[in-house]
Design a protein around this ligand. Sequence first.
Ligand code: SF4
Length: 372
Amino acid sequence: MAKSLIYSRLYEWYFVNRRDLPWRETDDPYAIWLSEIILQQTRVAQGLEYYRRFLQRWPTVRDLAAADEAEVLREWQGLGYYSRARNLHKAAQKIAGERLRVTGYGGRETEEGSVFPRTFEEIRALPGVGDYTAGAIASFAYNLPYPAMDGNVYRVVARLFDIDEPFDTTAGKKLFHKKIEELLDRDNPRLFNSAIMEFGALYCTPVLEAVSHQHSVVSRCESCPLADFCAAHAHGTAELLPVRKQRPKVRDRWFDYHIYLQQSAVSHQQSEVYTLIRRREDPKDIWYHLYEFPSEESESAERSVLCQPQAVCELSHVLSHQKIHARFIIHKVEELPQIEGTIAVRWEELDDYAFSRLTLRAIDTLRTSLPH
Ligand code: SF4
């Protein structure tokens, strides 16, 4: 494979077709790291807004480290997969903490005096950072020769080399990494990683996505700048790749959330509604440190019979390996019950707390039907 020709075709395509994205215009490792964590499991259009908001509120890693975790979770609200936000905050504190004993850390001192790790190994050691993210930061911020294998790159590599080994097994990962290491442009890792990721995102797309845009990937192959080097194109296998091992079984979970509402008169014309919420405290929980209405989880769809529920809102929520079946049950009460770990808050104050996306959907749904 003539690598220099691949690079020139790929880069030519990239310069014409690339999207203008703010994290591409910077080599600030903090901003790049922020964008990479936000964009894991999030679409670019949605991630953009969060990226701007986070940078505006916490312009440096030290600002983020000094924030309360609750504030960070609150700002993250709506993005889901909250462990990303918790790790972001933990990593910022780790980086800011390292500043105090900076000798030998090898980091780059920014104007604000914070030091962001600058070797692949140091970046990889941050909470929430895996091989992909470490490679992305190392190459985008420091132009270090590490690949950044996201899902788009796996697809392009599978097709260029016609690899039918599943990419999500240990053996498959090893093989794909060997191939991308061979292909990486060591003189221009930043450009190479950006270009191949964008090429996978916009041109050499998944089959379903291509079909929905009414261009099958095969029809694109005809005019693809990399067609001459693409083994899958030569063998007619592009649409079959990449291969994924069978997805893990989705686990069903059933929850009942109890929304207690107590209406208290403030004056003749005005009243306030109070409810109970609590923070989830199990560190292994996907909703760790998020707030919720008091809840119970059942082992099956057969849940306890409800005592005079006044209103029930049923919602389903699909996460990567879990399907949540939730009922939000409203109890209008004279007095809020005593439930361990809960706090009483005014209904209008709910916006001050970070909730899971599921609970936010329930609050939005119920808002119109509740007393004002
Ligand atoms: S020829 Fe087709 S499969 Fe191969 S890289 Fe181009 S778009 Fe992807």
